[in-house]
Design a protein around this ligand. Structure first.
Ligand code: AMP
Length: 484
C-alpha cells in the first residue's frame, strides 16, 4: 500500500510538477489529472495569465494550486518579510477560503512554503499574529483583506501570482469594488488567474481589465452537471413543505441530504422542525458564527448530522464527495443558483439526485431554470403515504420566493434582479400546457405523474387547499432577498 500511494502518477509527472508536489498528489491518491488540471496546469506553469471556466467539483483548486506551489518553490524569492505574501488567492466565502487553504496545505505538505487563511466573522487578532510571520500564500475573502490593508497589517507589494476563484460569485456578492481596491495595490508585474463557473458579461469585463493575453481553458460546457444529476420535483404548497420533507427523508431513508432554503430564518426553522421529528439536522448560513458553521459541516460530513440546511451563499464551495441527495426546499430566484445547488451532487461522475419542492408561486422560477438548463424537470406525484398537516400555518418565513417579473432587469450586486416591484401575488400557475413533465422516475422510486393528473392552469390541487394570503404577509420581506 505504501509504495502504491507514494509513487508519483506518470500522468502528473508528465505535467512537469516538482517532485515534492508529485509526492503529495500521490499521497492524496490522485492518479489522473482531471480535465481542468490537464489543461490549466501547463498554462499556469508557462507563466501567462489564465481565464478558466470551471465549477466546484471539477478539481479546479488543484488546477491552480499545484502549479502555484511549483512556481513558488522553484523560483527564487525576494528576501521574505512577515505578512508579505507572494501569492494571493481571493475567494467569495469563508468556507471556500478554508477549503482552498486546506488544499494548499495538503498539496504543499512536502514544501517549506507557508500559507494562511483570512476571512471575516472571526476574531481578527489571531490573523494579526499570523501576519507577523512569513506568509507565502494568502487565501482571503475580500472584506477582511481590506480590513487588514486598512490597518497595514498585510503588505501586498510582493504578490507574484493573483487568483480570483469563483469570480462570478464574488461579483454576485457585490465584491467588485473591494476587488478593485485590492488590485490597485498589487504590483503591476504579476501572473493573474481567473476562475469562474460562468462567463457573464461582467466577468468578461473584469477579465478584460485584469488579464493580459490570457490563455483560456474551459473543461466542460457550462451547466454540464445538470446532465448527470437526476432531477425531479414535487408540486406542493409552501405550508406543507416541512412536513413533506420530513416524510420523504424517513420514507426513503435518506442518510445525507443537503437542503437549500431561501432565507436564513427559514433554514433555522426547518432544521428545528426536522430535529423535532427525530431527524438530526443543522443549519448553516451567514448569521452563524464561523465555528458553528465549521462544526455543522463537519458533523454533516462525518454522518452524525443527517440533514444540512443551507442558504445559497453559505453552501457555496461545500466540498463533499458523492453527496447523494440535494433538496431545493424553495427554488432559487437566480436560475444559475439552481445549477450550483445541484452541482453539490453528481460529482466526479457519480450519479446524484436533486429534488425540488415547488409551490404554485414558484412556477415562474421553475420556467427560468428550465430555460437555462434547456430541459424540463420531471414532475413526480407525492406518494400517497404522505398526509398533509391538518393545520398548515403560514408564517412569513414559509412564503415561497416572489415570482419573477420577467427576465429583463439587470442584476444588482448581490445577485438580485432590479425592478422586481411585483406587489401583486400571481396565480403562479403559468406552467405551459403540454410541458414534458412525465416520463422518468424520480429518486426513491416515486411515481411519475400521469399527464392527466397535472393540474390545469389556474386550478388548485384538491388535496392541498390554499388559503388566501393577505398581501402584506406575502410581501413583507425584502424583495427577492437571498440569505447567505
Ligand atoms: P474542487 O473542484 O477543486 O473543489 O475539487 C473537487 C474534489 O476533487 C476534491 O475533493 C478534490 O480532492 C478532488 N480531486 C481533485 N483533483 C483530483 C484528481 N486528479 N483525482 C481525484 N480527485 C481529485
Amino acid at each position: 500500500m505504501t509504495t502504491e500511494t507514494t509513487s508519483a502518477s506518470p500522468a502528473f509527472v508528465e505535467l512537469g510538477l516538482a517532485e515534492p508536489i508529485l509526492r503529495a498528489i500521490a499521497d492524496a491518491g490522485y492518479t489522473t489529472p482531471t480535465p481542468i488540471q490537464a489543461q490549466a496546469i501547463p498554462q499556469v506553469l508557462a507563466g501567462g495569465d489564465l481565464l478558466a471556466a470551471a465549477q466546484t467539483g471539477t478539481g479546479k483548486t488543484a488546477g491552480f494550486t499545484l502549479p502555484i506551489l511549483h512556481h513558488l518553490s522553484t523560483r527564487a524569492a525576494q528576501a521574505s518579510k512577515p505578512g508579505r505574501p507572494r501569492c494571493l488567492i481571493l475567494v467569495p466565502t469563508r468556507e471556500l477560503a478554508a477549503q482552498v487553504e486546506e488544499s494548499v496545505k495538503i498539496y504543499g505538505k512536502y514544501l517549506s512554503l507557508k500559507s494562511m487563511v483570512m476571512f471575516g466573522g472571526v476574531n481578527i487578532n489571531p490573523q494579526f499574529k499570523a501576519l507577523q510571520s512569513r506568509v507565502d500564500i494568502l487565501v482571503a475573502t475580500p472584506g477582511r483583506l481590506l480590513d487588514h490593508m486598512g490597518q497595514k497589517t498585510v503588505d501586498l507589494s510582493g504578490v507574484e501570482i493573483l487568483v480570483l476563484d469563483e469570480a462570478d460569485r464574488m461579483l454576485d456578492m457585490g465584491f467588485i469594488r473591494d476587488i478593485k481596491k485590492v488590485l490597485a495595490v498589487l504590483p503591476k508585474q504579476r501572473q493573474n488567474l481567473l476562475f469562474s463557473a460562468t462567463f457573464s458579461d461582467e466577468i468578461r469585463t473584469l477579465a478584460n481589465g485584469l488579464l493580459h493575453n490570457p490563455k483560456s481553458v474551459e473543461v466542460a460546457r457550462r451547466n454540464t452537471t445538470v446532465e448527470v444529476v437526476e432531477q425531479s420535483m414535487h408540486r406542493v404548497p409552501q405550508a406543507h413543505k416541512r412536513d413533506l420533507l420530513a416524510h420523504l427523508i424517513k420514507h426513503h431513508d435518506w442518510q445525507q441530504v443537503l437542503v437549500f432554503t431561501r432565507t436564513k430564518h427559514g433554514a433555522n426553522k426547518l432544521a428545528e422542525k426536522l430535529n423535532k421529528d427525530g431527524i438530526s439536522a443543522a443549519a448553516i448560513h451567514g448569521n452563524k458564527s464561523q465555528s458553528a458553521r465549521t462544526k455543522a459541516l463537519a458533523s454533516f460530513k462525518d454522518g452524525s448530522v443527517r440533514v444540512l440546511v443551507a442558504t445559497d451563499i453559505a453552501a457555496r464551495g461545500i466540498d463533499i464527495d458523492q453527496l447523494p441527495q440535494v433538496v431545493n426546499f424553495e427554488l432559487p430566484n437566480v436560475p444559475e443558483d439552481y445549477v450550483h445547488r445541484i452541482g453539490r451532487t453528481g460529482r466526479a461522475g457519480a450519479t446524484g439526485s436533486a429534488l425540488s419542492l415547488v409551490d404554485d408561486e414558484e412556477i415562474g422560477y421553475l420556467r427560468d431554470i428550465e430555460k437555462l438548463i434547456k430541459r424540463s424537470i420531471v414532475r413526480v406525484e407525492i406518494e400517497p403515504g404522505f398526509v398533509p398537516p391538518a393545520k398548515a400555518d403560514l408564517m412569513s418565513d414559509e412564503r415561497p420566493p416572489r415570482p419573477p417579473q420577467g427576465r429583463g432587469g439587470p442584476r444588482q450586486n448581490n445577485g438580485q434582479r432590479q425592478g422586481q416591484p411585483g406587489r401583486q401575488p400571481q396565480s403562479g400557475n403559468r406552467s405551459a400546457p403540454g410541458r414534458a413533465e412525465q416520463g422518468k422516475s424520480a429518486s426513491g422510486g416515486a411515481r411519475p405523474a400521469a399527464a392527466k393528473a397535472a393540474p390545469k392552469p389556474g386550478a388548485q390541487p384538491a388535496a392541498h387547499p390554499r388559503k388566501p394570503r393577505p398581501q402584506a404577509a406575502l410581501f413583507s420581506a425584502k424583495p427577492g432577498s437571498r440569505g447567505h
